[in-house]
Every structure is written in C-alpha cells, then in structure tokens.
Design a protein around this ligand. Structure first.
Ligand SMILES: Nc1ncnc2c1ncn2[C@@H]1O[C@H](COP(=O)(O)OP(=O)(O)OP(=O)(O)O)[C@@H](O)[C@H]1O
Length: 343
C-alpha cells in the first residue's frame, strides 16, 4: 500500500545571521513523517534539532533567519505560504508541544479558555459545544476533575498537568502532525513516562504523525518508530528504532548509545566521546563533521563530501568512517594523538 507522508522535508537549510553572514544550523536535510508514526530526531545540544522543529510551522524570526528547501505538509509547501495561510494550518493541521508549558501558556487566562481559543480560531463550534469539547479534551489527556481544571490558572497546576494541558491544546483540532520539542525534559522520570504513554496512545487513536525532538535516547526507545540522528546540522544516521538500537553504525550514534545509562557493562564508567558540537561558524562543511571527535581515525577513512548511504533497507549512514570505528581504538588513538579528555 502506498502511504502518503504527512510531512516531507526536502533539502531544508535553516541559516542564522551572525555578523552579517548566514550560517546553516540545518544543512540540506531530507526527512519524512508518515501517518501513525513517531519519528524521533536525536542529537546533543546544538545539533540543530530546534532549528529544524521551528522551521516546520515557520516560527523562526525571519529578520535573522533564512529558510530554504521544501517543507511539504500533506503536499503543501509551508515555506511558500503567507503568514495568514500559515496561521490557519498552525494549531489546526499541525499541533505543537514545547518543553516549557509555563512560558507557552498564558498566565492570566484560565486553562479552559486557553484551549477554547484554539477552537475559536479553527472551528465554528457554539459556546456550549466548545466547553464540552474542552472538558472532553482534558479528560482525554487524563486530567482528573476537568471541570475544576477548566477554571484554574497555569500556576495552580503541576508541571506534568501543565504539559497535559499543552497536549490537549495541541490535539484540540485533531492535527495530522504533532511537533513535540523536548516535551518531557522538564519533568521527573515517572511523569515523563506517563506523558510519553499518553502521547503514544493519542497518536494511535488519531493516526497523526509525530515528530519528537529529544536528546534523550531513553525517550526514543520508549515511543519512537523511526529515528533520525542529527549532528552539526546533518542527519548522520536514520533507521527503524529496533535496527538503530541493535545495529547502530555511525560513530556518533554509537557514542550516544554507549553513553546511555544502562547501556554499559556493570561497574564500568559510561562511555563518552570527547569534544563538543562545533559552533555554526566552525562546522566543516565539505568533510565529515564528526571527524575531529574521532581523531584516531585517519583522514583517508572518511569520505569527501560525505553522503547518506543505505546500508540495509531503510538504514542510512553518512560517511565511510563508520566501517573503521571501534571504541577500543579510542584509548590507543588518544595515546597516539597525545589527546586528553575531561574525566
Ligand atoms: N537565533 C539564533 N541565532 C544564531 N545562532 C543560533 C540561533 N538559534 C540557534 N543557533 C545556533 O544553531 C545551532 C543549532 O541550535 P539548535 O537550538 O537548533 O540546537 P538543538 O539541537 O535544538 O540544541 P538544544 O537542545 O540545546 O536546543 C547551535 O549552534 C546554536 O547556537
């Protein structure tokens, strides 16, 4: 069966202006999200995940940002839409959930009215129908006592409850796509798990596609169907979640996985590859962007202008360096290079 993606991103570049020059934080990126699918985008801080997330609903400050390529939402290129056209899609076709509901919610408006605002803008429900729909939404995100919460203000709710409200707002108009940018990062582990279960359950009920941005591989393992690993503005690996966790290939993916609590042998320290994500001006644009963090791999083992190659059906990896990467070489390599790392 031919499934039509809800989101197709083609050749997307998002560049920020720094001292009158534009530097891509997302660089010629392609990805698709299908209905009924949770696509996780992972990477360390500074890899370009939020730059990507904000470019879908066109939320960048266009005074300082250049967005190029195609962002096709059910076939319509969002980059080409006017702000009026975009407003109609934002909140209706596309729902958004961000890390910090306290800044996203209006502190002066009660919860019920905030959810109703979205319905006001995108539907023609009567006042009575709107209230009923809001109570139904609060119930669907497992908020106890929806009638009371309807009247409450954001500061009266716990972090987990506020995030449930954000989810209720995001799903209010039954969007085909939900963008969740670090939705559980601010929450403690038990609540995190409940929120993720809720997202997954709602997604299964509505058939929407979710793009889940996170730095946390534990979150990925819990809910994702497919995973895209980003490094310095590029996808370095993408695969089905099981394949990625069982057969990670790119040195960056492998180091992310090896640094996950629970992934290492008992009693041994977590494995962490040294170095940091380069700043935008320092990203090497024509060679392997991860090379400087694995200096024990010789330059000739890397590709010039590395491309994504499909190494097994649906499993894509960038640069040939993955074929030469072994963790045990790291210590030898460091000795040979005289490099030291923070302990
Ligand atoms: N408005 C901006 N102006 C200039 N540079 C920016 C701007 N926003 C982000 N950047 C830079 O773009 C790169 C990607 O940032 P981005 O926030 O997308 O990363 P991220 O992976 O989402 O990290 P985090 O999880 O910390 O948000 C970083 O180098 C960041 O410093």
């Amino acid at each position: 069966m031919n499934i039509k993606p809800v989101l197709e991103i083609k050749g997307l570049s998002v560049s920020f202006r720094i001292k009158d020059q534009y530097h891509p934080a997302v660089d010629h990126l392609d990805l698709t999200v299908n209905p009924n699918e949770v696509l996780a985008v992972v990477g360390e801080s500074g890899c370009g995940k939020s730059a990507l997330a904000l470019s879908i609903p066109q939320l960048h400050d266009m005074e300082r940002t250049r967005v190029e390529g195609k962002v096709l939402f059910k076939g319509t290129d969002l980059i080409r839409l006017s702000s009026g056209q975009m407003n109609k899609i934002r909140g209706a076709g596309i729902g958004m959930i961000f890390q910090d509901p306290l800044t996203a919610l209006n502190p002066l408006m009660c919860i019920g009215k905030q959810i109703e605002e979205n319905l006001d803008y995108h539907t023609s429900l009567s006042t009575k129908q709107k209230r009923e729909r809001v109570l139904e939404l609060l119930e669907s995100v497992d908020i106890p006592n929806p009638v009371r919460v309807y009247e409450q203000y954001p500061h009266e709710l716990s972090g987990g409850m506020r995030q449930r409200v954000m989810i209720a707002i995001a799903i209010a108009c039954r969007p085909s796509l939900i963008i969740a940018d670090e939705p559980t990062t601010a929450l403690d582990v038990t609540i995190q798990s409940q929120i993720l279960d809720l997202l997954k359950q709602l997604q299964q009920e509505t058939g929407s596609g979710i793009i889940l941005i996170t730095h946390d591989l534990g979150v990925v393992a819990e809910v994702a169907d497919r995973v895209v690993v980003m490094y310095a503005g590029e996808i370095v690996e993408s695969a089905d979640v099981f394949e990625l966790f069982r057969h990670p290939q790119h040195p960056y993916t492998r180091s992310l996985l090896a640094s996950m609590p629970g992934s290492h042998t008992k009693g041994e320290p977590l494995h962490v590859i040294g170095g940091i994500v380069p700043s935008l001006q320092d990203i090497p644009r024509n060679s392997c962007r991860f090379a400087s963090r694995i200096p024990w791999i010789q330059q000739r083992m890397h590709e010039d202008h590395p491309r994504l190659s499909e190494i097994s059906p649906g499993h894509w990896v960038r640069c040939t360096c993955y074929q030469h990467f072994h963790f045990e070489d790291e210590t030898k390599g460091e000795a040979a290079h005289g490099t030291t790392r923070d302990k």
